[in-house]
Design a protein around this ligand. Structure first.
Ligand code: GLV
Length: 317
């Protein structure tokens, strides 16, 4: 019977399914495994079902037992795994696309709304019960009629566009390549980030973390935005130079931020906690029951398909 290491606690029905299929090592206490522990625990395993909190870098990959043939990441993003080092070691890496598109797009809308309408400040005032309604109390920005820039027009970016249109926003986007007209669905394409940022009253970051997108929001590119723009990120923390962004926020050049993801999670730049106009969430993008069950099912299917055929359609390396 094949052996599978599961590095994160899954919902019970997904763990039960896996236990029927294979000899599984579950992580019942939801401990975050160190690299050495992950190497140790997977020694006699054929597969690893990993999560975004596992740093599976070149060092870890090279130390993995030769019995490990597949790393099935319980996420659509796979920036936590060195996929090149894995390929060199003949380990396939898979992800869970599609099933989390709607849940993540919903969180992206929450970030846009929370940042634009000053929800963090509002919640604080409401809890303190010392607020007074007045015409100029907590004035935010209206979505209707504003321009939404989407950085990365993949599945999630397009799902954000669809929802934002219902709020009356005009959609602009930048992507590695222009989409076909039917996928574009009326959105305006920009062939550079400078062009996109310069029309983004609100930006939604929905691109993958790659060496090219790391710190794509930085001191220089922050200057491209209109005065008082809003930046939201439901993808990965890697894309934002935190120091430069907090400075732009303090100066008022950026009106507000909406963030679900951070560099070095669960830590974040202290400026995000100190500044009132930052709407923060703890990486909840895919956190609905429906989506988490579907993600785990897909991660399990990926391993099953690989064990049966030696291939997997959700392979990313
Ligand atoms: C979550 O962040 C994912 O990439 O699935």
């Amino acid at each position: 019977m094949k052996k599978v290491l599961v590095t994160t606690k899954l919902l019970k029905l997904n763990e039960d399914r896996m236990s029927k299929l294979w000899n599984v090592k579950l992580n019942l206490n939801n401990e975050i495994y160190s690299q050495n522990k992950l190497i140790e625990l997977s020694k006699d395993c054929d597969a690893i079902l990993s999560s975004i909190v596992d740093k599976i870098d070149e060092f870890t990959i090279n130390k993995l037992s030769n019995s490990v043939k597949i790393i099935s990441n319980f996420a659509v993003g796979f920036g936590n795994i060195d996929i090149k080092a894995a390929k060199e070691k003949n380990i396939i890496v898979t992800n869970t696309p599609d099933v989390l598109t709607s849940a993540t797009a919903e969180i992206a809308m929450l970030l846009i709304l929370g940042a634009a309408r000053r929800a963090s400040e509002g919640i604080k005032w409401a809890r303190n019960k010392n607020w007074k309604w007045s015409a100029d109390f907590l004035i935010g920005k209206q979505l209707e009629g504003s321009r939404l820039g989407i950085l990365g027009m993949g599945r999630i970016g397009r799902a954000v566009a669809l929802r934002a249109k219902a709020f009356g926003m005009q959609i602009h986007y930048h992507n590695r390549s222009r989409l076909k007209t039917d996928l574009e669905a009326g959105a305006n394409y920009h062939d550079s980030i400078q062009s996109l940022f310069s029309v983004s009253d609100i930006l939604s970051i929905n691109c993958p973390a790659t060496p090219e997108t790391t710190n794509i929001i930085n001191k220089k590119t922050l200057k491209f935005f209109p005065e008082g723009a809003i930046i939201t990120n439901s993808a990965r923390g890697d894309m934002i130079d935190d120091e430069a962004t907090v400075k732009a926020l303090i100066s008022g050049r950026i009106f507000a931020l909406g963030l679900d993801v951070y560099k070095g999670e669960p830590n974040m730049h202290p400026g995000y906690l100190n500044q009132p106009n930052v709407f923060i969430l703890p990486h909840l993008g895919s956190a609905t029951k429906k989506t988490r069950i579907a993600m785990a099912d897909l991660a399990i299917n990926n391993i099953e398909e690989y064990f049966k055929t030696g291939h997997c359609k959700n392979m990313v390396n």
